[in-house]
Every structure is written in structure tokens, then in C-alpha cells.
Design a protein around this ligand. Structure first.
Ligand SMILES: NC(=O)c1ccc[n+]([C@@H]2O[C@H](COP(=O)([O-])OP(=O)(O)OC[C@H]3O[C@@H](n4cnc5c(N)ncnc54)[C@H](O)[C@@H]3O)[C@@H](O)[C@H]2O)c1
Length: 235
């Protein structure tokens, strides 16, 4: 996965990944009527250390006012601008199976400036059908649409994902969000982000296992108690 655009702006990829978290925390603070926020408060709301937050925001040229903190409205605007959220982005979801249906119906994209514009599938039983107010088209039809600024979301089986990515790249798409559990090869200048819930669960399992090992016999005792309680509840 490349991080070329962020690197071009001199902002580390890890910082870019935290900016949406800060944005969400700021939105929460604004909703409760907060006008200014200290780096400690914002860091706590975002779940990061305040030194990291200050460093991240310094890449945007935002240092806050000593003794006052950050202006919530201004900081939201600065982060949104840095993320390119002042533009409306069009999204094409390719693969309208279980996941594609769920993504198409998700209202959270639109409220964050991402308009799902195209739903794509190769299954003739799906092409032409209506899902979430849009007509499903095939890849050839997508290729005839002007894809400027289009973000492609791949929700096909992994066996089809590379060929779908190749088609998207041919159309001039530079940004791909891949849900299929496979690694995509793309040329330089094309950004691929991967979402993999199974990997996240595996990471949680790793931490859980080590936390239990540290607790030792206590964790085993707790597990036995939970199992006993379950058995009691069902008997
Ligand atoms: N990242 C995650 O956490 C996560 C979670 C769930 C599913 N997935 C993955 O998402 C993908 C979709 O899962 P699903 O349960 O919706 O599968 P699904 O079988 O229900 O749907 C896949 C759809 O892709 C379409 N398709 C296949 N080849 C295509 C092509 N070349 N062009 C266009 N459309 C094509 C099929 O016709 C079908 O409608 C799978 O790769 C799955 O492993 C990932």
C-alpha cells in the first residue's frame, strides 16, 4: 500500500489515519456546544496521547493558543480541508452481494461527503435491478461514465478483485477501498486502502490471549465463572 499523496504533503500516513478520528471527536464536542478545546481534552476524546495529538496537528500548522486551546470550528475546517472533504466525492461500489448491499444502504457515507453514485455487478440477475435508489450497472457501463475523482470500493470475491482493480485503474481511478481478502497490485500513484475485519479480530485475539496470560489463574477462574453462569442460565 502506498502513501504517496500524504508523503507528498509531508504528513506521515499514521497522522493522516488519525485525522478522521480527531474530526469525529471534534464533531462530538461541537454537538455538546464546546467552542474551544485543550489538546488534553481533545486527545482524551480521540483516545490518543496529547503529545501525539499536538505533533499530528502541527503538520497542519495548527498549534492552538497557549492557555486557550484549539478553536473547535476552525480546527474542524482545517482537518476537513486537509482530508479533501470540502469536495463531494463519488463512490462506485463494485460487487453488489451481501456486503455491497449493506454498504449501499449505509447513510454514513453521504453525511461525510461521500456520495455513492454507482453500484456495479457482473451478475445479469443484478444488473438493471434497483438497490438503495440506484440502478445496478456493469463494469462496461461504468467505464463510459466520467470517473474524475471517483473512489472505487471493491466488494467482490477475492478471485475477481484484481481484475476489477485493473479495470478501475484503466478508467483513471486513483483511489480504491478493497474489502476483498487479497493483496492488490496497482501502479504507482494509485492508493489502495484495505478493510479486513478478520485481521482486526485476529489482532484482538492476540491482545486478549496476552492479557489472559498476564492475569494467569485469575483469568482462568473468571472464564470458569462465566461458563458456570451460562450453564446455570440455560439449565
Ligand atoms: N473486509 C471485511 O471485513 C469483509 C467483510 C465481509 C466480506 N468481505 C469480503 O467482501 C467480498 C464480498 O463479500 P459478500 O459476502 O458480499 O459476497 P457475495 O458473494 O455476496 O457478493 C459478491 C458479489 O460480487 C459480484 N462479482 C463477482 N465478480 C465480479 C466482477 N468481476 N465484477 C463485478 N461484480 C462481481 C457477484 O456477482 C456478487 O454479487 C468478499 O471478498 C468477502 O470476503 C470482507
Amino acid at each position: 500500500m502506498t502513501d504517496a499523496p500524504a508523503a507528498r504533503r509531508g504528513i506521515p500516513g499514521a497522522t493522516v489515519a488519525r485525522l478522521p478520528v480527531y474530526l469525529r471527536a471534534l464533531a462530538g464536542l461541537a454537538a455538546t456546544g464546546v467552542d474551544t478545546v485543550s489538546s488534553e481534552e481533545l486527545a482524551e476524546a480521540a483516545g490518543v496521547r496529547s503529545a501525539k495529538l499536538r505533533k499530528d496537528l502541527s503538520y497542519l500548522g495548527s498549534y492552538g493558543v497557549r492557555g486557550v486551546g484549539y478553536d473547535v470550528v476552525r480546527l474542524r475546517e482545517e482537518i476537513a480541508r486537509e482530508l479533501g472533504l470540502q469536495y463531494d466525492w463519488s463512490v462506485a461500489i463494485i460487487g453488489m452481494g451481501n456486503l455491497g448491499h449493506a454498504l449501499a444502504a449505509y447513510s454514513g457515507f453521504a453525511t461525510r461527503g461521500f456520495r455513492v453514485t454507482w453500484l456495479v455487478d457482473e451478475d445479469p440477475n443484478l444488473v438493471g435491478s434497483r438497490i438503495a435508489g440506484l440502478t445496478v450497472i456493469d463494469m462496461d457501463a461504468l467505464a463510459t461514465q466520467p470517473p474524475a475523482g471517483l473512489i472505487g470500493v471493491i466488494a467482490t470475491p477475492p478471485t475477481a478483485a484484481q481484475s476489477v482493480a485493473d479495470r478501475l485503474v484503466e478508467m483513471g481511478v486513483h483511489s480504491i477501498l478493497n474489502f476483498a481478502p487479497c493483496v492488490l497490485a496497482v501502479p504507482d500513484g494509485v492508493e489502495v486502502r484495505k478493510v479486513d475485519l478478520a485481521t482486526e479480530l485476529q489482532i484482538l485475539a492476540f491482545h486478549e490471549q496476552h492479557a489472559r496470560a498476564e492475569l494467569g489463574p485469575l483469568a482462568d477462574l473468571a472464564a470458569v465463572e462465566v461458563a458456570d453462569a451460562r450453564q446455570e442460565a440455560t439449565s
